[in-house]
Design a protein around this ligand. Structure first.
Ligand SMILES: [Cu+2]
Length: 152
């Protein structure tokens, strides 16, 4: 028992100090959907893998007045989306933000998002101790229609 708890304590302290300067979350395949004229909202998608148990608590970008973390799910026969306060990022597990699931919602867009442009998204991640870290992600904008997203 004693050995075990000491082992845990050592493991925790190692974790604590080792990641001080390391990237908290690995972001892969980020992209945001291009908008058409007059469209004021769109989604950003990516895969997040946290090195330690943490959660995505906020996102922001200069191009959107409001940025929220959304979840999309079927409610009876209708796809609905709603803001969630946070998205859990279990240690080492890839969490996919994708059309039809979790996404970062960009609303009140200040400028149209054109294909092949890039936006900067700042993610705020909170670790198990409540420590918040921000991380900038360069997100390429792509014009992809919903139909072409289907995987067959
Ligand atoms: Cu949404």
């Amino acid at each position: 028992m004693t050995f075990f708890s000491r082992f845990i304590a050592t493991a925790l302290s190692t974790l604590c100090c080792a990641h001080a300067l390391a990237q908290v979350v690995t972001v892969s395949d980020p992209w945001a959907r291009a908008t058409v004229t007059g469209q004021k909202a769109t989604g950003a998608f990516m895969t997040l893998t946290a090195s330690h148990h943490s959660k995505l608590v906020a996102a922001s970008t200069p191009v959107a007045g409001i940025t929220e973390i959304h979840e999309m799910k079927m409610d009876k026969d209708v796809m609905r989306m709603a803001a969630v306060p946070s998205l859990a990022l279990p240690a080492g597990k890839a969490v996919e933000l994708k059309p039809g699931g979790y996404h970062v919602m960009l609303m009140d867009l200040k400028t149209p998002l054109t294909d092949k442009s890039t936006l900067t998204l700042t993610l705020t991640v909170e670790d198990a101790k409540g420590q918040k870290t921000t991380q900038d992600v360069q997100v390429p904008v792509r014009a992809i229609t919903p139909m072409s997203m289907h995987k067959h």
